[in-house]
Design a protein around this ligand. Structure first.
Ligand code: 4FV
Length: 221
């Protein structure tokens, strides 16, 4: 998987994508990640990437020219160009699975009050929001998408890290889980999990997943 990110804050990507599973995926060549500074595509003396909105209003907007030039350079026919912004479609596990089958992605992080509309009209194949709240810039949303997508790419998660039996993998929240000790501060692990009866355990887990989803996320049902 080839993922390129266009951002005003390349430095924010150092760290979260240099650890653990994503670090290993990059080392194994399962992820070719490149971070590009939008300012490198602004050629005036002040390397201007933003300007005031026509018609007035608060804040600044990302200008079209640097973004168009960057996409021209960084994207090819197969590249899926994705804007990160609060007005995008809600990012969720099924979209992560969809993107995990893609060849290469170009994630464009928003900043200021957002993008000149012509970026959205002409360049975006998709637009994603990671949640109904407003962040200072689109760097964290880009990292969230990269993390959620890459762990679904075959070979990224080791055997002991499974993407199969987890929340949203079957549209339900995950069932309660326990590990040793079987009793802690008087709190016992449910007997069925100690029974070794896998049919009973599977039945209990399915029932718990439904119950928990009903209680916490009836919208998923
Ligand atoms: C966001 C979100 C988000 C809005 C103003 C960056 C900020 C600034 N992106 N999901 N929620 N972006 O809040 O994706 O442009």
């Amino acid at each position: 998987m080839k993922i390129a990110v266009l951002t005003l804050f390349p430095g924010m990507f150092a760290g979260p994508l240099d650890e653990s599973i994503i670090k290993r995926a990059r080392a194994k060549g399962l992820l070719e990640l490149s971070i590009h500074n939008l300012r490198d595509y602004a050629h005036d003396r002040h390397r201007t990437v933003d300007d005031r909105p026509f018609g007035g209003g608060p804040g600044m907007l990302l200008k079209p020219e640097p973004i168009f030039e960057a996409v021209e350079k960084l994207a090819r026919e197969s590249t899926r160009v994705i804007l990160l912004s609060p007005i995008g479609r809600a990012f969720h596990q099924a979209i992560a699975r969809e993107l995990a089958d893609a060849e290469d992605l170009l994630l464009i992080s928003g900043h200021y009050e957002g993008f000149d509309e012509r970026v959205r009209e002409k360049l975006a194949d998709d637009e994603l929001s990671i949640g109904d709240y407003v962040l200072t810039n689109g760097a964290l949303p880009a990292m969230v998408v990269i993390d959620a997508v890459m762990r679904l790419v075959p070979g990224v998660l080791g055997d002991d890290e499974s993407a199969h039996e987890e929340s949203f993998s079957h549209g339900l929240l995950e069932y309660p889980q326990y590990t040793r000790p079987a009793e802690f501060c008087g709190m016992k692990v449910p007997e069925v999990l100690l029974s070794g009866n896998h049919a009973e355990i599977a039945k209990w887990r399915a029932a718990q997943a439904r119950l928990r989803t009903q209680e916490r996320r009836p919208d998923l049902l």
